[in-house]
Design a binder for this molecule. Structure first.
Ligand SMILES: [Zn+2]
Ligand SMILES: [Zn+2]
Length: 354
């Protein structure tokens, strides 16, 4: 089978690797149909998120069809359409026992596609607890966004708004920004999205939950959405990694700034304001206990139309095109913005007809 292998910054290669088969009794081998390119992948490839193990197969937002099962597996059958939870946890360590499975000490790094082989490959091997059968009425494209939604729900759990009327802003209208808009909306808040790219803004406008809007700048959002150019910043979710320093002095008392971008970026903040204004600066990565199941429910119940966030579906051969659509020029070794209306880009390592 073929696998998109990480060798080092700006150095990824589509390689022929041995096919994966069941090894353990509880193993499930999935023929991968769709796997999304995540901001994490852009960070790994461009070297700004230096965590991937050289030689590893990238890709962690995947769905597919079960190809083989071990003798002890009872939950899924060969031929089942499934979504993959790429973030293993042991359930026994101190982190797992204290609600922090995303920092399980026994998972040897972060997740599949970063610390060990992921799903930009013909096949992916996991165990039965980490696949969920997708109902017939949900496409495998839409299901592939379960993992990023799970990360978003984990982040939303950490945000404690002072009130459901809190003035809430999401910076960036990429997949995570839009999923945050949906998840915050379902939690009762009314977020406004700020996106500088005209193409992304246009795409986002049509795909937001009822009552939510997207604007090209914070000023415009404040005036047009809240009717006040000085509208307070009660809750800010930053998917861009660059807003903490400029916005910190403006946070409303009791406000929360959530940073979820995995881009190395330094910020200088006044710690006196942190205490004096009762501010919270928080971050979030990966899934928390139960968030994957919650995300799966929101996808399969249609509460969050994740399939509508997909802009590109490309064969694995065209992975460079997929990365380029997200501003990551692998051949030119440059990370920049893109004029394309790109949101979630899916690659199809198998035949993509699931
Ligand atoms: Zn991801
Ligand atoms: Zn653990």
């Amino acid at each position: 089978m073929r696998a998109l292998t990480y060798l080092g910054p700006w150095n990824v290669e589509l390689r022929e690797v041995p096919d994966l088969h069941v090894v353990g009794d509880d193993d499930v081998v999935v023929e991968v149909k769709f796997c999304g390119i995540c901001g994490t992948d852009l960070g790994i490839v461009s070297g700004t998120y230096p965590v991937a193990v050289p030689g590893v197969t990238l890709g962690h937002e995947a769905s597919g069809v079960v190809a083989e099962i071990g003798p002890a597996v009872t939950e899924v059958r060969v031929g089942d359409r499934v979504v993959i939870n790429p973030t293993p946890f042991c359930g026994r360590c101190r982190m797992c026992r204290t609600q922090r499975i995303n920092h399980c000490v026994n998972k040897h790094g972060t997740e599949s596609g970063v610390s060990y082989d992921g799903a930009f490959a013909g096949r992916y091997r996991t165990t039965s607890a980490f696949v969920h059968v997708v109902p017939d009425h949900i496409s495998l494209e839409a299901a592939a966004l379960t993992e990023p939604l799970s990360c978003v729900l984990a982040g939303v759990r950490k945000i404690r708004p002072p009130s459901l009327s809190a003035f809430t802003y999401v910076f960036g209208a990429g997949p995570l920004g839009l999923l945050y808009a949906w998840a915050l909306s379902l939690s009762g808040l009314t977020p406004v999205v700020v996106e500088r790219s005209p193409a992304r803004l246009e795409f986002a406008r049509d795909r937001l939950p009822t009552g939510t809007r997207a604007y090209a700048s914070l000023d415009e959002a404040r005036s047009a959405f809240f009717g006040d150019p000085k509208a307070p910043l009660d809750v800010v979710v930053d998917t861009t990694s660059v807003m903490l320093e400029p916005l910190f002095p403006e946070l409303a008392c009791g406000g929360t700034f959530m940073s979820i971008g995995l881009k190395r970026q330094r910020a200088s903040i006044d710690t006196m304001l942190l205490a004096d204004r009762s501010l919270s600066v928080i971050g979030s990565i990966d899934s928390l206990h139960g968030s994957f199941v919650e995300a799966f429910h929101l996808v399969t119940s249609g509460r969050i139309p994740t399939g509508r966030l997909v802009t590109h579906v490309l064969p694995l051969d065209d992975h460079r095109k997929g990365f380029a659509a997200l501003g990551c020029d692998i051949a030119g070794q440059a990370m920049g913005s893109t004029d394309e209306a790109s949101c979630k880009v899916l690659l199809t390592p198998g035949d993509g007809d699931g």
